[in-house]
Design a binder for this molecule. Structure first.
Ligand code: FES
Length: 140
């Protein structure tokens, strides 16, 4: 059997080289190593939202003492969508609910070191989904 490890490493290297021309190292890192991936069973609040492209993000939140204590996300979206969902869970973790509600798509883009124009809607989708999940908790 042929060992394809070197070939895969080489292809992965080329793909990353191309990606780094478009995306910041933070975006690539969150895409390759998503934080808080997965649904939270019996979450205090959660919601699913779809963006203008049809990609969907689901965000799950638990609240303790008025602060966001735990988050999880799922998505069927592309790399930038995964990166945005992952990053916004990091931004919101530990924040007071009212502060987490203020996180905007623009804040997320800054946190990620920028996004190409065609992907700024991924950040808006992640921010809107987080807001939706937190508002579900507030309405309980
Ligand atoms: Fe549409 Fe990311 S949410 S491409």
């Amino acid at each position: 059997m042929v060992d394809t490890t070197d070939l895969f490493d080489e292809v992965e290297g080329l793909v990353l080289e191309d990606a780094s021309k478009l995306f910041s190292s933070e975006v690539i890192d969150h895409f390759r190593n998503p934080r808080n991936y997965g649904a939270i069973e019996n979450a205090d609040g959660y919601t699913f939202m779809s963006g203008i492209c049809g990609d969907t993000i689901g965000i799950f939140v638990n609240i303790e003492g008025g602060r966001v204590s735990q988050l999880g996300f799922v998505t069927n979206g592309c790399g930038p969508t995964i990166a945005c969902a992952s990053a916004i869970t990091c931004m919101a973790e530990g924040k007071a609910v009212d502060e987490a509600l203020k996180i905007s798509g623009a804040d997320l883009i800054t946190y990620l070191g920028g996004l190409p124009k065609e992907n700024t809607h991924c950040a808006d989708l992640a921010a809107n989904t987080l807001k939706g999940a937190l508002e579900k908790v507030k309405s309980l």
